[in-house]
Design a binder for this molecule. Structure first.
Ligand SMILES: [Zn+2]
Length: 1030
């Protein structure tokens, strides 16, 4: 078998001509950049420094703009996913959210592109792989990335014009910031309320107690300057901001003299410089922006403080909802090596079961998990380190403080094991080698904070130098790290102990404070003011409803999209009796291993436990290793080992799906035998009996799930709404929906976990079974046969787990793994996937309301449609995109004030309408229905359709990392040929087809749908018997 595979690989190597040109081109990008000379003048810029950074395969070129002093860094690298970002140092001195509201409003139209909302419109006129804007505590960043050179130019032009020459119209400020408006804008007698996108966004953000805590902690640890205010906006301070103040903030902060430009990728630097100079910088002179952040004066004695939050109805133990954490102010982040050392030190102190704080705080189960802010934070001018717990009882807070002090003393006394330091440096090596698809964006965020305070971004990129310096420091002084702990923690008097506890009347108080604020604003209004507010509200509504002319904006055309996709060569063969997919990739010395294990023989009553099984199976110890040793070995030898649940829809049949779990891991080539040895022990001798360990893991999973709802509420609503619509829906809800959240809460509340401990080995017997498993390996061609040999010996080691279990259900069908090889019992080399096929499944309609302690809603209506290979699937994808951009965005976000909303076609054959952090509920449902009417009316243009196509293709063609190539085929059986057919159907979607699918799938009475809302108590819905309120 081995030999045969090898010959196949030789064949594959001959096919890899295209990839070779990819490599040549890459070399030339980094080499071309090396030709720049310090002192050289290029388009108004002067080159300051040119540095090769071989670790990251890039050349860094640092420049400054002559006339304005704008700073520029280019990272030339073998990567077609080019990135641009511009960041401004934005240092507000109040909590009105001025930088955040400005970030929103500059994207509402500019001098050259005056149409409303060019940013959102460009999403549909571009093949961007990423477009966004962020407001941090002390900077605002505007990044985009794309693989297309023309697109790069277009987006650059729109971005430059937006940030430097925005319109900043009063209406934009009302829409994005805040405004007083009649609750119903067309009814002047309806009450006046606060509206505005950022106003609602921040109300939503602070309904998340973790976020609230993090904000308080930062404000109170740095009390003397910009970090003492809320840069995103304190909801009740937002209505103090005026339009004049907003414009003033723009003039002083969004200036080239206060800007840092970053570009990344294989496009030539010179073109970027020319365009930036011509379209923006040449129009400015130098100013002194005066935005420096002074150092925080250090306290002479530690401080304590307390805040309150909303009680969490889903927390595993309602009596344990307190958070306590100690935060230490560290050194200036522009000291690169000190920052590097402190962030490593932080990992040693808190990461994984071998770290001293995990042992002293997590394992005694005083709380459910670390506090939401934990470890090193280098996002402020002076870094900080925080350590503490959430989910603790009030009487335990003193104990937590004592433990923290004691642990620090113990660290100073005992230091760290050498092996742990090695494991950490190994992890760093893997992180550097792992090729991600958003490398440019990661770099931009990695350097942003230090550069923002004039640290040297190039120095930050030279990670190997820091590693060498670190090793040297340890060699010279074995107490190097202990001395740091003594200095930064034990002897540091600038430290804050902040506790947070739930307050029953919290929401009421918030609501009352908002009412008072509103009252204050309203009581001074004269009749003519009210009339003006009403009229302005109508004007805004009219502007929002007007059809937009976006023709001023640059756009790619559908003809700019590549008509065909490149084929990824895959080889399927049988290794050790198990089907394996091999995919040769430039993985940079890493090997990626996956195994998909079927759930078909698992009894239904065990299914709710599968997510728990997945999260603990690699964390409880195995073979001779206890869980600490196992974690150590995993860090030392692998890039991580994890297991996740999978519910994979069939591409042709709606009520057919595969159910399983996916094992994933990676390692450096030299560690292959170690990685497989760890998997062998997990298969052969996993530990399940340590109840104490299990309880720790259960509690942190339950806490994580409960915390996740406030930022992923729309996902929970979508999954729930689809629960009864397809055969797979119920399992999806069981594994990843509200049912799972509730299930884990119940487990976390059990005083005795014996029953769970008995259940886990039963699940293991069914799942970790080579008889119903298939594997995938991505590695370099040089390493492939070695990987195969190692995999074969692993499969031999676990062969005893091979069992032919009886399937618990009858309706299982088999499909070939390799579509080129039809199933042939004589030749099993292709292997098969065994899918559940419920041909007689009856969908049913449900409307479910989850009452949650949030001030905002997450709304979803989900409709049963067709699977991936159906001819209408492509039309539904385009329809979802077009309806979002041309209708729902305006209704739900602009008019409704939600943070987001739209429609999406899902691979599971469901079409989702959704909204995110939405002040409305029932009104949003009717917006969905109006969207359908709009689609059926056919009142859209060819331009609208083309834009939706571009937008869909930017997703379809988003780059795939070498580690993930071939995975869609491996998991779902969707081959490159099938993707190509889908591609052709997408190109062909017509106006007529769009109207037809809107009628076919969304007509009331015909459609099969489910609705779910997560939101606060809702009187209208409570009274409506068609709703199930939970
Ligand atoms: Zn925002």
């Amino acid at each position: 078998m081995l030999r045969q595979t090898r010959s196949v690989f030789q064949k594959l190597r001959c096919l890899r001509g295209q990839q070779r040109t990819w490599r040549l081109k890459s070399t030339s990008a980094t080499e071309a950049a090396l030709q720049y000379q310090p002192g050289q003048k290029v388009h108004g810029f002067t080159v300051r420094e040119v540095v090769a950074v071989p670790d990251l395969f890039l050349t860094a070129v640092k420049l400054t703009h002559d006339k304005t002093g704008a700073q520029y860094l280019h990272a030339a690298r073998d990567d077609s996913n080019n990135l641009f970002s511009v960041q401004f140092r934005t240092t507000p001195m109040d909590s009105t959210g001025v930088p955040h509201i400005l970030e929103h409003t500059v994207l509402c139209g500019s001098e050259k592109y005056p149409c409303r909302d060019p940013f959102f419109k460009m999403l549909n006129r571009s093949l961007s792989t990423f477009m966004n804007a962020f407001t941090a505590s002390d900077y605002t960043m505007y990044p985009f990335s794309t693989q297309n050179a023309k697109d790069f130019q277009n987006l650059l032009s729109v971005y430059l014009d937006a940030v430097f020459f925005p319109c900043l119209r009063e209406q934009d400020f009302w829409q994005e910031g805040w405004r007083l408006e009649n609750e119903n804008p067309t009814d002047p007698s309806s009450p006046l309320v606060f509206k505005g996108v950022v106003f609602n966004e921040m109300k939503g953000a602070f309904s998340d107690s973790e976020r609230l805590y993090a904000q308080h902690l930062q404000n109170k640890l740095h009390p003397d300057h910009t970090y003492s205010v809320v840069s995103g906006g304190e909801p009740l301070a937002i209505p103090d901001l005026t339009w004049e103040q907003l414009k003033q903030f723009h003039a002083t902060h969004y200036h080239p003299s206060n800007a840092r430009f970053f570009t990344y990728g294989d496009l030539p630097l010179e073109n970027h410089l020319k365009q930036i100079q011509e379209e923006a910088l040449s129009r400015f002179d130098r100013i002194d922006p005066n935005t420096e952040v002074p150092s925080q004066p250090h306290w002479t004695s530690p401080r304590e403080d307390h805040v309150t939050c909303c009680p969490d109805a889903l927390s595993p133990d309602p009596t344990k909802q307190n958070t306590l954490c100690v935060s230490y102010l560290l050194g200036d982040i522009t000291d690169t090596f000190e920052g590097f050392t402190l962030s490593l030190l932080s990992s040693l102190m808190i990461s994984g079961p071998n770290s001293p704080f995990y042992k002293s705080l997590i394992e005694p189960k005083i709380g459910t998990d670390f506090s939401s802010v934990v470890g090193y934070d280098g996002s402020t001018k002076e870094a900080s380190f925080s350590i503490g717990l959430q989910g603790i009882a009030e009487e335990d807070t003193e104990r937590v403080k004592e433990i923290i002090n004691q642990t620090i003393s113990d660290i100073i006394e005992n230091g760290f094991e050498e092996e742990r330091i090695e494991a950490l440096l190994h992890k760093l090596e893997i992180q550097i080698k792992h090729q991600s698809t958003n490398f440019g964006l990661s770099l931009a965020s990695y350097i942003a904070s230090s550069w923002n305070h004039d640290g040297d971004p190039v120095e930050l990129l030279r990670i190997s130098e820091s590693v060498a310096k670190f090793r040297q420091a340890l060699k010279e002084n074995p107490r190097f790290l202990q001395d740091k702990v003594k200095h930064y923690f034990k002897e540091n008097t600038h430290r804050l102990t902040l506790s947070m506890s739930p307050e029953d009347a919290y929401l009421e108080k918030q609501a009352k404070a908002e009412e008072e604020k509103l009252h204050k604003k309203i009581e001074v209004l004269s009749d003519s003011d009210r009339k003006e507010i009403y009229e302005k509200g109508l004007e805004l509504l009219a502007a929002q409803s007007k059809t937009q002319d976006a023709s001023c904006l640059p756009a790619l055309r559908v003809s700019d999209i590549e008509p065909t996709i490149p084929i990824t060569p895959l080889e399927m063969s049988l290794t050790g009796g198990v089907p394996v997919q091999y995919c040769e990739q430039p993985t940079n010395g890493l090997v990626y291993f996956r195994a998909m294990c079927s759930l078909n023989s698992l009894p239904d009553n065990l299914k709710p436990y599968v997510p728990l099984f997945c999260s603990v199976i690699t964390k409880m110890g195995c073979g001779d290793l206890d869980y600490r040793q196992q974690a150590q070995q995993m860090e030392l030898r692998t890039g991580g080992m994890s297991v996740s649940t999978q519910v994979i829809p069939d591409s042709t049949q709606l009520d057919t799906f595969e159910q399983g779990i996916l094992l994933s891991s990676s390692c450096l080539e030299r560690n292959l035998p170690h990685m497989f040895e760890l998997w062998s022990e997990i298969f052969n001798r996993p530990h399940f009996n340590d109840e104490e360990r299990l309880r720790v893991l259960v509690m942190s999973s339950a806490q994580e799930l409960a915390n996740g709802i406030s930022h992923s509420g729309h996902m929970y609503a979508m999954i729930r709404a689809g629960r009864h619509l397809t055969a797979a829906g119920d399992l999806q809800e069981t594994f990843g929906g509200m049912e799972q959240v509730k299930f884990m809460k119940r487990i976390a509340e059990m005083s005795d976990l014996t029953q769970v401990i008995r259940t886990l080995p039963r699940i293991k017997k069914h799942l970790l079974n080579p008889a119903s498993m298939r594997c995938a390996v991505n590695a370099t061609p040089q390493k492939m046969s070695d990987a195969e040999a190692q995999l074969e010996s692993f499969l031999k080691d676990v062969a005893a787990n091979r069992k032919e279990h009886k399937r618990v259900r009858e309706d299982i069908i088999s499909k070939p793994l390799d579509p080129q090889k039809p199933l042939d019992p004589q030749d099993a080399s292709g292997g098969s996937r065994n899918l559940v096929s419920e041909q007689h499944f009856q969908p049913c309609q449900m409307k479910t309301y989850f009452e949650m302690p949030f001030p905002v809603n997450f709304v979803s209506e989900t409709v049963r449609t067709v699977p991936f290979s159906h001819q209408d699937y492509a039309s539904l994808c385009i329809l979802a995109r077009m309806m979002t951009a041309k209708f729902l965005h305006g209704e739900i976000r602009e008019k409704g004030g939600a943070y987001g909303g739209g429609a999406r076609m899902g691979g599971v054959g469901l079409f989702y309408f959704y909204s995110y952090r939405d002040p409305n509920s029932v009104q949003t449902l009717s917006a969905f229905h109006k969207g359908v009417d709009w689609a059926k009316s056919g009142c859209f243009t060819q331009q609208d359709i083309d834009e939706a196509k571009l937008s869909i293709f930017s997703t379809v063609d988003s780059p795939v990392a070498p580690a993930d190539k071939g995975m869609l085929s491996f998991l779902s059986g969707i081959t490159d040929e099938m993707k190509q057919s889908h591609r052709q159907r997408l190109f062909a979607v017509s106006h007529k087809q769009l109207v037809e699918v809107a009628e076919r799938y969304f007509t009331v009475g015909q459609k099969m749908f489910g609705v779910t809302i997560l939101g606060p108590e809702n009187e209208t819905i409570k009274k409506d018997p068609s709703w199930l309120v939970l």
